[in-house]
Design a protein around this ligand. Structure first.
Ligand code: C2E
Ligand code: SIN
Ligand code: SIN
Ligand code: FE
Length: 357
């Protein structure tokens, strides 16, 4: 009889990449210095340090915390045992109790959050948040942390279910897709005014793509590409993304890197590689004046030409920190006026057909 695979041993390197991107999303959304994820192994009753972001030092030995007596006083251990978020505004005040003395000595961390992750009452792990100055979070930030922790728990759960399925040689698609939907919701939440933007542009892009004759498998990749279209904005700091004014030249340089950042984040994940066209090419323009590569006309993948129209359509009808929403008629006129310069004329025509229906 072979032993049952443990929950954490079931984490493959592909899943680690996925969790890594999720941590990046959490760090940039909450504007914090570092985060780590400990996964719970129910067989051994241990929390195992699995991924981390924002730490200065690379540690050889990985922390595992046994959830036994005594750990109710711990950070991650306490959060898991008590099933509630542990906030330590200043870990220097409890330095003698810390097992990981290096959190202070090497990392200079001050504030700590340990958020236990549950799915349907089962412990999945602990999300740890670290900041090098004192955090003084408001209600909104705390709600946001809660929402992100919920998404993380679901992502871990799907990843584990997914790995179980892989073992049985079944399709992984469902669990993976649940994971990217989690990322995509986290991204929309960060840019509050664009909440639901992703869902709307995904639905409309798929409709337009179908109308233009794109089929089956290609639609699956387009859907994932839409969900992830602005994932590269995770690399854009809040000061720029949420700036309530026009961007300076320097800020534009950073903002314009978001398609390349999307490429760098997604291309290591094999099953998402066919979905890269939209995240990488949605700011190219028909006349070659777009970014990041200045592609022209048919050099731009069709899915990205379609998405570009829908993205601008939806963006302009939403409030942004730097301007109010435009009216529907104004946006339609604007899109019409850019046919052949910004946009593929054929796509604009088909788009206007849908709008007139
Ligand atoms: P986004 O808000 O999702 O906008 C996507 C695209 O919609 C823009 O790509 C642009 O083609 C169009 N669009 C959005 N808002 C406007 C607008 O007010 N006027 C016009 N004419 N077109 C608009 P683009 O320009 O490459 O911008 C990429 C991203 O850069 C935007 O994504 C947004 O996150 C950011 N951004 C653009 N302009 C500003 C700004 O003035 N201030 C700040 N804080 N961010 C900006
Ligand atoms: C393990 O497999 O138990 C180590 C942690 C991980 O890679 O998930
Ligand atoms: C814990 O996180 O529960 C113990 C580890 C520590 O105190 O650093
Ligand atoms: Fe974009």
């Amino acid at each position: 009889v072979s032993p049952a695979p443990s929950a954490t041993a079931a984490i493959s390197s592909d899943i680690k990449t996925v969790l890594d991107v999720l941590l990046e999303a959490i760090i940039s959304s909450l504007n914090i210095d570092a985060a780590s994820l400990l996964l719970y192994n129910p067989t051994t009753n241990m929390l195992i340090f699995t991924v981390e972001r924002g730490f200065r030092s690379q540690r050889e030995e990985k922390l595992s915390i046994s959830l036994g007596k005594g750990f109710a006083e711990g950070l991650a251990g306490g959060a898991a045992l008590e099933r509630k978020t542990r906030f330590v505004p200043d870990i220097n005040k409890i330095s003698q109790k810390l097992i990981r003395k290096w959190l202070i000595s090497e990392e200079d961390f001050v504030s700590y959050f340990g958020v236990p992750l549950f799915v349907k009452g089962n412990l999945k792990g602990v999300l740890e948040i670290f900041h090098r100055t004192m955090l003084n979070p408001d209600r909104e930030w705390l709600d946001f942390l809660d929402a992100l922790a919920g998404q993380t728990a679901i992502a871990i759960d799907s990843a584990q279910v997914n790995e179980g399925l892989r073992r049985a040689n079944l399709d992984l698609t469902l669990a993976y897709d649940a994971t990217i939907e989690g990322w995509s919701r986290a991204m929309d939440l960060r840019d509050r005014d664009t909440e639901d933007h992703t869902k709307r542009v995904t639905d409309l892009t798929l409709r337009l793509a179908r109308q233009m004759g794109i089929k089956n498998d290609d639609l699956v990749h387009i859907r994932r590409g839409c969900l992830l279209h602005d994932i590269g904005k995770l690399g854009v700091p809040n000061e720029i993304l949420l700036k309530p004014a026009k961007l300076t030249d320097e800020e534009w340089i950073i903002m314009r890197q978001h398609p390349q950042m999307a490429f760098d984040m997604i291309s290591p994940i094999e099953y998402l590689r066919p979905a890269l066209d939209i995240p990488f090419c949605h700011h190219e323009k028909w006349d070659g004046t777009g970014y990041p590569r200045g592609l022209k006309a048919g050099q731009i993948p069709l899915s990205a030409r379609i998405f570009a129209v829908v993205d601008v359509w939806d963006a302009l009808q939403s409030d942004r920190p730097y301007r109010n929403a435009w009216k529907r008629e104004e946006v339609l006129e604007y899109i019409r006026s850019l046919s052949g310069s910004h946009f593929d004329p054929l796509v604009v025509q088909q788009f206007l057909d849908i709008m007139n229906q």
